[in-house]
Each structure stands twice: as C-alpha cells, then as structure tokens.
Ligand binder design. Structure first.
Ligand code: HEC
Length: 140
C-alpha cells in the first residue's frame, strides 16, 4: 500500500474496501479545494460568454463537460431532469444565484443531491449557477 495514492482506502476485515476515516477525508477535501482555488484563481482571464463570475477559459471548459456528464447523470444530459429536477432556465427562473450555489456546494440533506464542495470552489459553483440560469453552454 505504501506510495499508493489511494492508500487512505483500506480493506476491512471482510476484505471490502472502506472509505477512509472522516478526518482523512476532510483533509483530502481541504487539499482538493485548495488545489481547485489555486488553479482557478491563478490565471483569471475573461470568461466565456461574458459572465460576471470570471473563470479561466480552461476551467470553464472543464466545468462545462463536468456539469453535462456528472450533474447530467442525475439531472439529465440535457439538464431537463431525471432523478434530479430540471436545471433549465425556465425551471430555475427567479432563483438567486446564491441559493443555487449553496445547493451545489452543500447538497440537499436527505436527498440524492450530494455536496460538491470537495471538488468545486465557490467561484466554480457561482459560475455554474449563473450559467444554469442563463442556459448552460455546450462543451464542444
Ligand atoms: C446523485 C444524483 C445527483 C447528482 C450527481 C447531482 N444532483 Fe443536483 N439534485 C439531485 C436531486 C435529487 C435534487 C433535488 C433535491 C430535492 O429534492 O430538494 C437536486 C437538486 C439540485 C439543485 C436545486 C434545484 C432546485 O430546483 O432547487 C441544483 C441547483 C442542483 N441539484 C445542481 C446540481 C449540479 C450543478 C450538479 C453537479 C455538480 C448536481 N446537481 C449533481 C440529484 C443530483
């Protein structure tokens, strides 16, 4: 296991793989957030499509793919809804960016909506919320 990047994941008595202790998971999450922040804050260039939350174009492109694939697995590839509700502009009309951003970062307890703060920064979540309200761009 030494040198294995996944060495925090240890086999249990029954040979099943278990998630690491919450404390380790917290450290991992903090490290990932720090990394994401470093990556997103460093080359703050103009955003695609003139959004208020400016991300580096490369990060914006990454998020476009991420939202379509990862969020799309529950909200539908066209974001028209699936296990999770539709995330199209008409469905979200009138919702403050701050509300959507906190659902994205914190998830909704007691539902399938998971918290994304371990892998998305505040700026990422605000950008996604803003883009969802305006009509999410296609990553092509
Ligand atoms: C495992 C399934 C799942 C995944 C993956 C998922 N969601 Fe959700 N999401 C849900 C469910 C279920 C709800 C509805 C929760 C409720 O009943 O309040 C929801 C709710 C939401 C809401 C609130 C919608 C509203 O009308 O209040 C937003 C915004 C949202 N998700 C964005 C995202 C984004 C962005 C991603 C990707 C980063 C994502 N979701 C990934 C299942 C998921």
């Amino acid at each position: 296991m030494e040198g294995n990047p996944f060495s925090g994941v240890v086999p249990g008595d029954d040979g099943e793989y278990r998630l690491p202790h919450p404390f380790k998971l917290g450290l991992l999450a903090a490290a990932m957030v720090a990394l994401t922040l470093a990556v997103t804050l460093a080359p703050a260039a103009e955003g695609i499509g003139g959004e208020k939350v400016a991300l580096a174009p490369a990060r914006a492109l990454e998020l476009m793919r991420f939202v379509r694939h990862d969020c799309g697995s529950c909200h539908g590839l066209t974001l028209a809804g699936g296990l999770g509700p539709a995330l199209l502009p008409h469905a979200l009309r009138g919702r403050p960016v701050a509300d959507l951003k906190s659902v994205i970062l914190d998830g909704r307890h007691g539902t399938a909506m998971p918290p994304w703060s371990p892998i998305l920064s505040e700026a990422d979540a605000a950008w996604i919320a803003e883009r969802l309200l305006a009509g999410f761009p296609d990553a092509r």
